[in-house]
Design a protein around this ligand. Sequence first.
Ligand SMILES: Nc1nc2c(c(=O)[nH]1)N[C@H]1C(S)=C(S)[C@@H](COP(=O)(O)O)O[C@H]1N2
Ligand SMILES: [Mo]
Length: 591
Amino acid sequence: MNPGDPDPLRGSLQPYYNQGHHDGSIVVDDWAGGIPETRAQLPSVRIGRRWFSTLWLIPLGAVGLVLSIAVVREIAHYQWYHEFIAAYPGTSMQYVQPVESGFPWWLRWQHFFNLLFMMFIIRAGLQILADHPRLYLNAGSKPDTEWMRLRGPVPADRRDSADAENIWTAKEDSVALPKQLGIPGFRHSIGLARWWHFSFDLLWLINGLIFVVLLFSTDQWKRLVPTSFDVFPNAVSTALQYLSLQLPENAGFSTYNALQLIAYFLTVFIAAPLAFITGLLQAPSIAGKFGTGAGLLNRQVVRTIHFGVLVWMLIFIAMHTLMIFITGFVGNVNHITLGTNTNSWWGVALYVAWMAVVVGFWWVASPLTTKHPRLIQRAGQATVGWLKGLLERTNPSADYSEDDISPYFWTNGEKPESEEFRRLKETDWADYRLRVDGLVDNPLELSYPQLLALPHQDQITQHFCIQGWSGIAKWCGVPMSVICEMARPQAEAKWVVFYSFADGPEGGRYYDCHPLANMFHHQTILAYEMNGEPLNVSHGAPLRLRDEVELGFKQVKWIESIEFVASFDHLGAGQGGYNEDQEFYGYRMPI
Ligand SMILES: Nc1nc2c(c(=O)[nH]1)N[C@H]1C(S)=C(S)[C@@H](COP(=O)(O)O)O[C@H]1N2
Ligand SMILES: [Mo]
């Protein structure tokens, strides 16, 4: 065990902190250093300077619907209305050919798996949102500039990053969700939620790709792809017929009505790919490669679009389910379960069985995650960890301009509390020595002036906190490649451990491991300046890592020492870093 390790640094690492629960399950009251549960509020939206609860959408929607029905039922008295409906019946053969093959077995099963996977994706996605419960359109995530939020404003007296004692951290900003809504529900559980989200994303994408291939290798594409612009007046016609409360004919076994067709087309061919692309663009490895951090496609914009896709999907699922129920329920579920154009009760029975499976998985997801978090981490790592790791190879190079520097930069983490650190800071790092050792031919001890005298570089890059906020800053420091050149890592060295002066919220030293290859990326530096000033304590003085291919939590602040190792199995709980050990993050985090 690490606490017995004679090496003072390794000995200061904490094996998994599980306060009383020796089976490794999570005690929610102790989680993340015991931050009290703060529940998410219903989303509110900013219009100008005022905030409105989305609860207003319920009465507004109801009034809008009633008024629309009233208007359409009035215009249905006119002759031209009937001529329009006769010309464009909404289920016309003009815009699409009927499908001959009904609902083949693959389509029915894929529909079921799609539903099951999306349940996990949506719930885990909401949990991820709750970890930084604000949506912005600017790359810097400045408080009060958000357009949507799930909690009140950042306290005005706790925003100043020069005031290191009392700064409002992003972790404090996270909120909890009911455990039957998010996965796993409790506050700051993003590490676990991401395993669910990404693992099921992969399964969902595979399912979707197979679906599209089969769609176009059979006649099933005719269900979803309009072949004439006539689909638009027909969609208007369908909408009018619904609003007049005269439901259009349901010929769903062979053709969908025009409104349905457009909704399905948008969902499959626009919304789903958009979810994938806007997911990827939130990653440091992708944004740093393509330089999208500062422009129109910056992380906060794509995060907003990603959320927009969620809203679309929720509306789609609600309308789709409503229509299944009100346009001939038994027939509809026969189509999608048995694949027959019948009204058999067996179809209903199969539908109920499928839904019971979904509800069963729904029910166990959160308790399972709380009970066996390490299992979720391992299963996630096995499913998508390797794929995520591939993105480390992008070696990002985006360098933004001075104008892009964010006016506000969030803070995270627990500052060093030791007497030693206080003394080092008070004497302006006069006695600070950076130790570089482990599997190297030439161990180093570098004083602060020696570090400043080494070759250095400036870079203006975007920081991507796992929680969702981002910020652009100018960093200046020593490239890790220079340190490597001096220390000369041995052939067995595969990982580089950065030890902090600070402890993490659960106790034990904060540390993180990076693949050796990342040290040779040209934007991996030990930064001692931020935005042209010496780094302040909030942001990691005297030294903090910038490894721009990785997420924020891997950018260790207050670096005390660097060690080259062959593997990290023997460090802490053996997961590759503090958050990996205590909060079940992955150790490769280029996304
Ligand atoms: N020692 C230490 N380093 C740390 C952390 C921490 O808690 N302790 N938090 C990490 C996280 S989660 C983020 S997002 C960044 C935040 O850096 P900033 O406070 O300069 O914005 O620091 C990282 N480095
Ligand atoms: Mo973070």
